[in-house]
Design a protein around this ligand. Structure first.
Ligand code: FAD
Length: 486
């Protein structure tokens, strides 16, 4: 016999914990299945200032503030032969800082918060196959594709202690991260050609701070011939140091150095004088970790009875540290959409259209920004050349033009839809307005590029977000009554 819940959330990372906390707080029955026992390790330590408003909606900001994470007040770039330092405390910006977090601690804090709000969180419990209405049980490619239009109704689960069962749900939030439970079952995930990268990283103790940077800043350093490095100071006294490079350069470096990933990593650090200086008296305290091919997007973000949130839907190159922001942002959008459907305020098709449009816009805005960032690198190496060229090609299937207009309105030359969105973005950010660059390639300070769609002007599919007393969807064009799809 199946158990039953209003909302099933698969994955207790930032996306799942956000959706679960917000929905449970509204009185809905929420079950979270998380395959690990928290605290569990995770990469993704540098958070954007734009996350603070989401923590406010969650009522979790105080707990995060009190935890003692490093306060990140800016970023430092040694990029393309230039060095520049950014402080977040520019006048007119909503948040002047963010956090560098040890993810095991940050994620546990959010998951405990969801539990405290009433979510029934089951750790060490892995969700299995999702069943759809009229599901024959066959797992053929064609059958799986057909499932995209059927209603998701039930999931199987298995506990680490050997127990297993099935649970029926009204709505499913798949927040399973890179594992991508539904995207894999439905074959909707497409890997981005543009960022077919390898990341290797580890932790160092005894590193010197970056003298020229604002306190707690992330350091980002491009290498002259391939890839870039990050340095993120953490409150446990370690420095997270990572190398990102494309697969081909990584393999070549292994050949030329005749060594292991660790050798390639060390050799890259040695070629970055600023970082090598910071690490000269430090020692590496953890074995090297590796991740490959991590940039992708799902063809659809939502279907009947299901929403993909966070990395389960899409993942962008980590250059601008956007992952946790997108995870929590989409967790919030999913909670608002599902809550409005469960209360009968909005028809499900309309809520899904809102979710799909709003989350995709946020993702595509960041894709433009990351691509632009790579394009201003004037190095002649394969890595940057490839990132620049392919970023144009990757634009083709996406509605980047629309997303660009969503970033910056009133840019006349963009009304020609053949305009290259990344070029147009670069032209605009380089043109100062009132003596000040409007957005700049602010990178880690991109709070104004990632607003929550809370005004009618930011409406997606005719709906926008209202945040209080709880996140819900409000009709922009149909005041009152149940909102139907446009
Ligand atoms: P996750 O945090 O991955 O959570 C998913 C959860 O689902 C996991 O706990 C997992 O155990 C669980 N799960 C999976 N499958 C199942 C299942 N079948 N049943 C039950 N549970 C399941 N982001 C930043 O913001 N800043 C950074 O500096 C940054 N740096 C990065 C560097 C690298 C090299 C990479 C690869 C990523 C980086 N990111 C960064 C991205 C960030 O790690 C992710 O975007 C973020 O963790 C996404 O959160 P999530 O909740 O969607 O998924």
């Amino acid at each position: 016999m199946s158990e039953q819940t209003d909302v099933l959330v698969v994955g207790g990372g930032p996306a799942g914990a956000t959706a679960a906390a917000l929905l449970a707080r509204q009185g809905h029955r929420v079950r979270v299945l998380e395959r690990e026992r928290f605290p569990r390790y995770h990469i993704g330590e540098s958070l954007l200032p734009s996350l603070l408003p989401v923590l406010d909606v969650l009522d979790a900001r105080e707990a995060v503030e009190a935890h003692g994470f490093v306060r990140k007040t800016g970023a430092f770039y040694g990029w393309g032969g230039q060095e520049w330092s950014l402080g977040f405390d520019e006048p007119g910006r909503p948040a002047a800082y963010s956090f560098q977090v040890v993810r095991s601690e940050f994620d546990q804090l959010l998951l405990e918060h969801a539990r405290a709000q009433g979510a029934d969180v089951r750790e060490e419990t892995r969700a299995g196959r999702v069943t759809f209405d009229d599901d024959s049980g066959a797992d053929s490619g064609a059958g799986s594709r057909a499932d995209r239009t059927r209603r998701a109704v039930e999931a199987s689960w298995r506990g680490r202690d050997g127990t297993e069962g099935r649970i029926r749900f009204g709505q499913l939030v798949d927040a399973s991260g890179r594992a991508g439970l539904l995207a894999r079952q439905l074959h909707t995930r497409r890997v981005h050609d543009v960022f077919r990268n390898v990341a290797t990283w580890s932790y160092w103790r005894g590193a010197a701070p970056l003298a020229a940077a604002p306190s707690g800043a992330t350091g980002v350093f491009s290498l002259p011939d391939h890839g870039w490095l990050w340095a993120i100071p953490l409150h446990d006294g370690t420095l997270s140091v990572g190398l990102v490079t494309d697969k081909r350069s990584f393999a070549q470096s292994r050949q030329t150095t005749g060594g292991s990933p660790q050798t390639v990593y060390e050799e890259a650090i040695a070629r970055c004088p600023l970082l090598a200086g910071m690490l000269s008296g430090a020692r590496q305290t953890a074995p090297l970790k590796i991740e490959t091919d991590y940039s992708y997007v799902s063809e659809v973000f939502s279907g009947p009875g299901w929403f993909l949130a966070g990395d389960a839907a899409c993942f962008l190159d980590p250059l601008l540290s956007t992952g946790v922001h997108l995870a929590m942002y989409s967790g919030l959008l999913a909670a608002a959409s599902i809550g409005s459907v469960l209360r009968g305020e909005v028809e499900e098709d309309a809520a899904r259209a809102f979710y799909q449009t709003a989350y995709r816009h946020a993702y595509e805005r960041l894709l433009i920004l990351v691509s632009a960032f790579y394009r201003i690198h004037d190095g002649r190496d394969a890595y940057f050349r490839r990132a620049q060229q392919l970023s144009r090609r990757d634009q083709a299937p996406l509605r980047l033009h629309e997303s660009f207009l969503n970033i910056i309105t009133g840019v006349e030359d963009l009304h020609d839809s053949r305009t290259d969105a990344v070029d147009a973005f670069l032209r605009t950010v380089r043109r100062p307005v009132n003596g000040r660059t409007p957005h700049g390639l602010a990178g880690h300070g991109t709070s104004d590029l990632l607003p929550l769609p809370t005004t009618p002007e930011q409406a997606a599919a005719g709906l926008h977000l209202s945040l209080r007393p709880h996140p819900r969807l409000t009709a922009t064009s149909h005041p009152g009554g149940v909102v139907r799809p446009e």
